[in-house]
Ligand binder design. Structure first.
Ligand SMILES: NC(=O)c1ccc[n+]([C@@H]2O[C@H](COP(=O)([O-])OP(=O)(O)OC[C@H]3O[C@@H](n4cnc5c(N)ncnc54)[C@H](O)[C@@H]3O)[C@@H](O)[C@H]2O)c1
Ligand SMILES: CC(C)[C@H](C(=O)O)[C@@H](O)C(=O)O
Ligand SMILES: [Mg+2]
Length: 361
């Protein structure tokens, strides 16, 4: 079977990590009789440089016509200009928000799994990570502050900027259902994270999640305030199974979750909606500080490819194989710089990709 993938290398380390991920896809295709065809799509800074906007309509249509989308990362410096000076709708990141919204990918899954082999790279004490941990951050992706009305004004010589945070019950209900469905296949626990002690949107969130929970009596629901959750993630990550939260809280908590797995370079991400078409990307950004140096860890992107095979194409065996190959390379002691620890062998982006490809048989 041929699968059409819209490929968005993006900016910074994006092209480097996507290259390794497609090597893995091609090898798994060769082994299992699938072919993956790629159509390159411009998004982010590179698109601004070439077309003047972060995502053209044509690029979005190419993504819509594909079976799935694989993204590296966007952002960082755009050409010679400083992107902070661009209006929000013209910054590289606006392309990412537009594609998520344009494809209606409201459900973002970010699995935080501590590989046994990476205990040395985890900053938490041994007793906290004994037995490992495995939870997912289920982040609402097309609502909240990111998509609310925003404007900047100057009144009486004073500059003022406004962002608005809105959720309606339909948006909350559909993401809550995703969280409960996923929890059902895992350890049957949902922790809904909000700021209901202050925000109206969080109070609605909490009430709607409770209503949805009635349809899932086999799943245990708890609520947690987001500031406490930020603390609990480093105090006792093992307590979590599915963390369900809104857009911005999920952005912040997932980066925090990545560090307890050893590095942001290990955190995969799948953005899904009501169809099989998903967008798969590492959770990290374009890492301008290490771009072009063969230093980036490609594992988050390769794990995202495994998620693509599993969720968009139902290729469970192939996805398992990729995850096993990564584990095996880590077991053999190979590490990129971000997960390096004493006695291990340091490798670059390309070498890590090759090692994983070679494990696939
Ligand atoms: N999905 C995306 O495209 C995405 C996600 C996050 C940030 N961004 C954008 O990326 C740009 C840079 O953002 P930032 O510096 O805050 O976050 P970042 O995630 O790019 O980098 C943060 C730190 O983590 C390191 N890092 C990130 N990925 C790594 C990897 N695979 N291997 C090893 N080290 C890695 C970087 O070197 C840096 O020190 C910004 O423009 C931001 O908006 C894009
Ligand atoms: C680049 C930015 C818009 C994006 C987000 O906040 O969603 C990123 O941080 C992420 O986590 O995917
Ligand atoms: Mg983020």
């Amino acid at each position: 079977m041929n699968y059409k993938i819209a490929l968005i290398p993006g900016d910074g380390i994006g092209p480097e990590i996507v290259r390794e991920a497609t090597k893995v896809l091609d090898k798994i295709g060769e082994l299992h009789g699938h072919s993956f065809s790629y159509t390159e799509v411009l998004m982010g800074g590179i698109s601004i440089d070439k077309t003047g906007v972060p995502l053209t309509e044509e690029a979005l249509n190419t993504a819509k016509a594909s079976d799935s989308v694989l993204l590296g990362a966007v952002g960082g410096n755009v050409g010679q200009s400083n992107w902070y000076t661009l209006p929000p709708n013209l910054r590289p990141e606006a392309g990412l928000l537009a594609i998520r919204k344009g494809l209606n990918l409201y459900a973002n899954i970010r699995p935080a799994v501590l590989f046994d082999e990476l205990k040395g790279a985890c900053p938490l004490k041994d007793e906290l990570i004994e037995g490992g941990f495995d939870f997912v951050v289920m982040r609402e992706l097309t609502g909240g502050l990111y998509f609310g009305e925003r404007h900047t004004t100057t009144e009486n010589g004073i500059r003022k900027a406004t962002d608005t945070l809105t959720y309606d019950e339909v948006e909350i209900r559909r993401i809550a259902k995703w969280a409960f469905e996923i929890a059902r296949k895992r350890n049957k626990k949902v922790c809904s994270v909000d700021k209901a002690n202050v925000l109206d949107s969080s109070r609605l969130w909490r009430n709607v999640v409770k209503e949805v929970a009635k349809e899932y009596e086999d799943v245990e629901l708890s609520d947690m305030l987001v500031d406490n959750c930020a603390m609990q993630l480093v105090k006792d990550p093992k307590q979590f199974d599915v963390i369900l939260t809104e857009n911005m809280f999920g952005d912040i908590l997932s980066d925090e979750a990545s560090m307890v797995t050893g590095s942001i370079g290990m955190l995969a991400s799948a953005s899904l909606g009501d169809t099989k078409l998903g967008l798969y990307e590492p959770s990290h950004g374009s890492a301008p500080d290490i771009a072009g140096q063969n230093k980036a860890n490609p594992i988050a992107t390769i794990l995202s490819v495994a998620m693509m095979l599993r969720y968009s194409f139902d290729l469970e065996v192939e996805a398992d194989k990729i995850e096993a190959a990564i584990k095996s390379v880590l077991q053999k002691g190979y590490r990129t710089i971000d997960i390096m620890s004493e006695g291990k062998t340091l490798v670059g982006t390309i070498e890590m990709g090759d090692l994983i490809v070679n494990e696939l048989v």
